[in-house]
Design a protein around this ligand. Structure first.
Ligand code: SF4
Length: 200
């Protein structure tokens, strides 16, 4: 199976959802995509009438106090997402880790994300950092699950929110809420010495 060169837009101005789905599966993301297909069945809503579905989770992240958001994705996607975030009054920065073909295929993008998270993890400013893989990094299998769970008490939550697997804003909100609840449940199970994200 050939994997499309995801960092370079296809001749028609972009990659199709089928291309990205195929690439994600060859990058080892089949389990994630199958779970999304069970959680978010495809239907008329999988041809979005609105802008990027990931805006749903980005907007929720931007509304939480002491939470920083970092996007990993194509510059054009991030431009659209930050533009709309500020249109809706985000009033704070959206972090961005850019990539090119080389950093995508060599794994350097993941190293860059990890470095960015370490720089940002200041417990005086944040309780949590949400890192979001958009379509291309998800399709390339950038492994956010390998980020540290926590740096100096700042929780690190990595999520994959590709438009080809999570078709609507509402479902993208679910992905972030689910990841944060999962994190909180682990903290609660670990016992009272740990702070709970639910109290953050
Ligand atoms: S992240 Fe995916 S769905 Fe969102 S704008 Fe980019 S290509 Fe479209």
């Amino acid at each position: 199976m050939t994997t499309p060169d995801l960092a370079t837009p296809a001749g028609d101005g972009g990659h199709s959802a089928a291309d990205l789905d195929r690439a994600a599966r060859s990058a080892g993301q089949s389990e994630l995509l199958d779970q999304y297909a069970r959680d978010y069945p495809q239907g008329p809503h999988d041809k979005p009438q609105s802008m990027c579905p990931a805006f749903g989770s980005l907007r929720v992240g931007l509304r939480m106090k002491r939470v920083a958001t970092v996007l990993s994705g194509s510059a054009c996607c991030v431009y659209g997402l930050t533009f709309v975030s500020h249109f809706y009054g985000a009033r704070r920065s959206v972090g961005y880790v850019p990539f090119d073909s080389e950093s995508l295929v060599t794994g350097k993008l993941f190293e860059d994300i990890r470095e960015a998270v370490h720089k940002l993890a200041d417990p005086d400013r944040f309780d949590a950092i949400v890192v979001t893989n958009l379509c291309v990094p998800t399709a390339s299998g950038v492994p956010l699950r390998l980020l540290p769970d926590e740096i100096d008490g700042v929780r690190i939550v990595g999520i994959d929110v590709p438009g080809f697997g999570v078709p609507t804003h509402a479902e993208a909100k679910d992905v972030l809420a689910g990841a944060m609840l999962n994190y909180a449940r682990k903290e609660i199970e670990a016992g009272p010495s740990q702070g709970s994200m639910m109290a953050a």
